[in-house]
Every structure is written in C-alpha cells, then in structure tokens.
Design a protein around this ligand. Sequence first.
Ligand SMILES: [Mg+2]
Length: 349
Amino acid sequence: MNNSIMRKVCFTLAGLMPCAKTLSVVKAKSPSSKRPLPLGEGWGEGLANTLRHPIPFFFSCYASRPHPSPLPKGEGNKKPTYRVFLGALGAILILAINATPQTPGQKQADKEYEVGAVLWQQSSGEHRALAYQAFALAKIMLDRDLRINRRGKLRRAIVVDVDETILDNSAHEAWLIKNHRSYNPQDWTEWCNRAEAGAVPGAVEFLRYANSHGVRVFYITNRKEIEKDGTARNLKKLGFPEVTGETLLVRTDKDSSSKEPRRLGVSGKYHVVLLMGDDLNDFAEVFEQSKTVASRIEAVERNRAQFGAHFIVLPNPMYGHWEDAIYGNNAKLTEEEKAAKRRDQLKAN
Ligand SMILES: [Mg+2]
C-alpha cells in the first residue's frame, strides 16, 4: 500500500473511531439472553471517549495532514515511515479505547452488590425450597377454606402478584449486572415483551390446582399496559390458568402504583382466600403507606397473624420496596449515594 492510501486509511479510521463504541455496543450481547443493546445508543459516549483520549486522535490527524514536500509525485516523494506508523498507531489506540465495552446511555453502574442476590435466586436450592414451601402452605390454606367455607355465596379467588411471585426475572437482573446497567423502564418493557421469564417453582402447579377447584386466579401486577400482551403470552406459555384481560390486571394509573383499587375490585365480587406476593405492597394498603424501614417492620408486626394464613410471601432478595426504603424512596440518588445508604443501614456489633 503506498503512503497516500495509507494516509487516507488512517484519516478515515480516525474520523470513524467515535462510532466504534456504538458498533461494539450494538454487537455486544449477553451470554444469557443474546439480547443486543439498543441500536443508536453509544454515539455520544463514543464521541466523549475520543475527547477524553485525544492523543491517539492527534496521531492520526498528524499522519493525515498534507505532505509538505515540494518535490513532484514519484519515488522521491514518499511520506516518512514514522508518520505512517504514528497514524496507524493512533487509529489502533482509538479503536481499542472505544471498543471497550461500556454501558450505553448511562454511567457504568456498579451492580456488584446484586450478584449475591441473583446467584441466590438462580443457584440456591434454598430459593427453590422456599418457593415450594410457600405454594405448599398456600395449598394447605386453600384446602382448609374449601373444607370449611362451603356455604359462601361468592366465588373463591386467589390474588397473586406476577414478578418474583410466579415469574422469575432473575435472567433480566443478571443481564443488567453483566452489562453494568441500572434498572430502566425501556429495558424492562423489552424484557417483558420477549415473554421469556421462567416460572417460580411450584407456582404453575398450585394455581392450576386452585383453578381446577373452581377458584378464580387474579394476576395483579404493576407491569404496564404496553407490557400486558407480552406478560399474557409469557404466563400462557408457562401454563398458568385463565390468563385473560379480566384476570390480568396491570397498572393503568400512571400517577399511582397502588394495587389497592384493583384488590378492592376483586374482593368486592369474590371471596379472596389468599394473596401471594414477594413485596409487602402486594398485600394491603397499610404496607403501601409504610415507606420507611422502621414503619414497614412495624406494619408487619401489627399484621403478623395474616402471614401464613391470608398473606403468603415469596422470597426476593434482588429488589423491592424494602430496598427503596433504605434509599429513603429517593430515585435520584447516585450509585455512590445508594452504596453509602446501604452501608449506613447495616447493623453491626
Ligand atoms: Mg413482585
């Protein structure tokens, strides 16, 4: 390759390097989900990267500037080899800097503290055993109600939350960790509509059992309207019973995440035998109104007789209102501020 062509190649590479980040991001895929990161994200980051590391860019610019030699074109007018070398080196360095996997559209989120929680949900026999235990207890309580309340006029119903109660989203949580991404509604909606969540162990069997005994199952979730079709597909694919527009009750009020109106809608027409959830807010308004760590614990103490009888809780160490309470329900905290709040909350002797 003659020097003129080499020079043009170096210049072109230098100019295109801000885009290299984007290309690397679009190609980056999670081993678990094979999900490409959103197209178009990363252009700003790529440009910022180049600005943060300007020296290689200058190498390339230096190599690409017109040769000052007064000699006519020909054998005696070759560009010095060191300039060609510098140009190529600059382009390679920019490529290396920009191709480093980074989080598009957001700062690198330190998700390391969540690794243990996701591993526990995905890899521990204990999580599986607790899920079976919860649904076994639910069956005992349902059978008891079927035996005792024979003359009730209202049809029986069971109210279940969806996420981490009957659907296991730990694969999405793992994908966020591996890609240094914090929770965000766009990724979440995309995950919901892929309908690839697994079932929490024991959930399908118990709800099918309940439904086969004439019990109506209501799925009350704070997934949004745009996630409803994907959620219904996911639930049906896993074999959950009677998933319809009437029984799958998503969040429709954008100003409130309270499930109380939907719970009241069901309890006004049905005899609700059980409520099942992984978050206190799945059970009653008193918990939704208890927003601090202390008040949530106190609300559980005041209502302790309900747990195991009318309320059945599934374990979820990955996220929930318990964590929001630690952060003072402040969604604007930085990752560093969240880490400080978590450490402040630790009780050590
Ligand atoms: Mg949930």
